[in-house]
Design a protein around this ligand. Structure first.
Ligand code: KIV
Length: 297
């Protein structure tokens, strides 16, 4: 097993960086090339906040890329949001690879982060490297994500040393749903908060370029954000994280039923799409679609 080198420094430099030149901010910039992990480190040094969304197909990804979202995550949330599973646990490497390649093809600018699914890295660093290498080579993704802090630090270190940027994910890690017995808020209480801080430092020291903090108290997420040189990406972790991520189907109001407290729905897409489908069906049944202008002669 690879040994962690305790003194390893993260990619981000501690020195303050001047504000971005006009057009060079991570969100809202006019850069024509793909966003890289160096751009993300520079945004942290500038104190610039940025948005991240999930994407699972080329067409939706192209909308978000066109909207300037700098980082798109092909999350294993595709299990619940795209593939009809009850959790992220059944998602396979083949599914992540297929949809990551589609998202890369649908985008020109965003950094694409492909999730390592449950069972693809828990055996150890060598398994993690094999699967992460596959995702980067086959799909064109620019980075991978995996869950776990101290427990995944050896995996992070080997991937980073092989040239694969890693986004870590701590706090509520949905692949552990069976161990958690659901999706409870993490990091409450002194010992749990201290563990979360240790987890954050462990992935930073192992070389992760960013860390997702899911479902943790805002005060703790703020403390983690202040104490790290790499950006924190919050989901249910309050406003002081460096970045915020939402699952796109939650953000757009496509998800059926109740959504978690941390979700803001910016659109009622499920209702709009249902209405459009009904209008189409009614016109077909009434014989008013297709009209002359939709008809070949
Ligand atoms: O799979 C996913 O979409 C995620 C985000 C919620 C961070 O891990």
């Amino acid at each position: 097993m690879t040994q962690l080198s305790p003194a390893r420094k993260p990619a981000a430099e501690p020195a303050a960086t001047p504000p971005a030149e006009p057009g060079k901010t991570l969100y809202g910039g006019t850069r024509s090339r793909r966003v890289t992990v160096r751009d993300i480190a520079a945004a942290k040094r500038r104190g610039e906040k940025w948005p991240m969304l999930t994407a699972y197909d080329a067409m939706t990804a192209s909308v978000f890329d066109g909207a300037g979202i700098p980082v798109l995550l092909v999350g294993d949330s595709m299990g619940n949001c795209h593939l009809g599973y009850e959790s992220t646990v059944p998602v396979t490497m083949d599914e992540i690879a297929l949809l990551s390649a589609a998202v890369v093809r649908g985008t020109d600018r965003a950094l694409i982060v492909a999730d390592l699914p449950f069972g693809a890295y828990q055996e150890g660093p060598v398994q993690a490297l094999r699967n992460a290498t596959r995702l980067v080579k086959e799909t064109g993704a620019g980075a991978v994500k995996l869950e776990g802090g101290e427990r995944s630090a050896h995996q992070v270190e080997l991937l980073v040393s092989a040239g694969i940027p890693v986004m870590a994910h701590i706090g509520l890690t949905p692949q552990s749903v069976h161990a958690f017995g659901g999706y409870p808020v993490q990091g409450r209480g002194e010992e749990a908060a201290a563990q979360l801080l240790r987890d954050a430092k462990a992935v930073q020291d192992a070389g992760a370029f960013a860390v997702v903090l899911e479902a943790v108290p805002a005060e703790l997420a703020a403390e983690v954000t202040r104490s790290l040189q790499i950006p924190t990406v919050g989901i249910g972790a309050g406003a002081e994280c460096d970045a915020q991520v939402l699952v796109w189907t939650d953000m757009a109001g496509m998800t059926a039923g109740r959504v978690p407290k941390f979700v803001k729905q910016y659109l009622a897409l499920r209702e709009l799409l249902g209405d459009a489908a009904k209008e189409f069906a009614e016109e077909v049944c009434a014989g008013t679609f297709p009209e002359e202008r939709h008809t070949f002669h």
